[in-house]
Write a new protein. Structure first.
Length: 345
């Protein structure tokens, strides 16, 4: 009887406190689960373990200068990170499709953007963009710069830059220049020269740089501010003539090409450049590691030699330097666009 009484008392006692006990057990389980999850996330988002899986770099159309640069970088990061680094091409809308894809990706450093001077140009050219170029992405690292080269047909009457400027200032000159599209970097590089020289000629937009070059070769357009590496083959064969490159200093590998700056326009400096961005909320320690590892990869002698032979220069910058560079480029292109009266819907 005593045992039975004690047993019933124990059962009642347990029943009264069963709800509290279950809550206690659930709380302990939840704590352990969250602690484990936090530890996993901390490890995943830590620069010490980054990267521990495939990294994707979103780039414009295949074969573009930006795409080629990104692929060369990816090859070396594959080795450095011991992880796959893949390129995903997202062409269209002036690069906006690719930019949006990166903005909407998880901010963990595993989706990066390779883009060019176009990134700094678009906010000035387009009235409405589906993203904020300043607030949506973090400036991570500069990769390369290459000058534009002012080209004309080898049989044209323009032997030096001064000849073209003088002809442009004549009444009813009717000179034409091509570009890879309204508001493109090649368009704005030409407008930058026009503003410096005080000239105005007729703009003929094309869909790509190679198309413009073909019409310069055929004599259908008078001149074109081409990316140097794009025009190099034709310059080497003598089919095109250079009237000046747009970098402030001569290219070490191609000293025969005069700069526009040394032909009476000191300080003239505008380049086509390529860089890397990431979603704005990627942890800072991961961004710093990406910047460090990219700079290290781009200093590889083989990479530098490959780019040098194409007139492309590797540019090393830390995050802050690249951020300031992009800001300055945005301001520069905003002024060029405003003076040229360029606007896209």
């Amino acid at each position: 009887m005593i045992f039975d009484k004690n047993w019933r008392h124990a059962v009642r006692h347990f029943s009264q406190h069963n709800s509290l006990f279950r809550s206690f057990v659930l709380a302990i389980c939840a704590f352990l689960f969250c602690s484990n999850l936090f530890a996993q996330n901390k490890d995943t988002n830590s620069s010490s373990s980054y990267p521990n899986r495939t990294v994707k770099i979103v780039a414009p159309g295949a074969g573009s200068g930006t795409d080629i640069t990104a692929r060369i970088l990816a090859k070396y990061l594959n080795t450095a990170w011991k992880q796959s680094v893949i390129i995903e091409n997202r062409p269209g809308a002036g690069g906006s499709i690719g930019i949006n894809a990166v903005i909407n990706s998880p901010p963990d450093g595993y989706t990066l953007l390779a883009n060019s001077a176009t990134y700094a140009i678009n906010p000035a050219v387009y009235k409405k963009l589906p993203f904020d170029a300043v607030k949506s992405l973090a400036n991570v690292s500069m990769l390369t710069t290459t000058p534009y080269v002012l080209i004309t047909n080898a049989n044209s009457p323009y032997k030096i830059l001064g000849d073209l400027i003088q002809a442009s200032k004549k009444p009813n000159s009717n000179l034409t220049f091509g570009s890879a599209g309204i508001g493109s970097s090649t368009h704005l590089a030409a407008e930058f020269l026009h503003q410096a020289a005080g000239i105005k000629n007729t703009h003929i937009p094309y869909k790509s740089s190679p198309e413009v070059i073909q019409d310069v070769l055929a004599g259908r357009v008078d001149y074109f501010m081409a990316p140097f590496d794009t025009a190099l083959t034709y310059l080497n064969t003598g089919k095109l003539r250079s009237l000046g490159i747009t970098s402030k200093e001569k290219l070490s590998y191609f000293p025969q090409y005069s700069t526009i700056a040394e032909q009476g326009y000191p300080g003239f400096d505008v380049d086509f450049w390529v860089g890397i961005w990431a979603p704005i909320d990627v942890p800072q320690d991961i961004l710093k590691k990406i910047n460090h590892d990219i700079n290290k990869a781009m200093q590889d002698p083989e990479i530098k030699a490959t780019f040098d032979k194409a007139g492309i220069q590797v540019r090393e910058m830390d995050q802050q330097q690249f951020h300031q560079f992009v800001t300055n480029e945005m301001n520069k292109y905003a002024k060029i666009v405003k003076l040229a009266g360029i606007a896209q819907n």
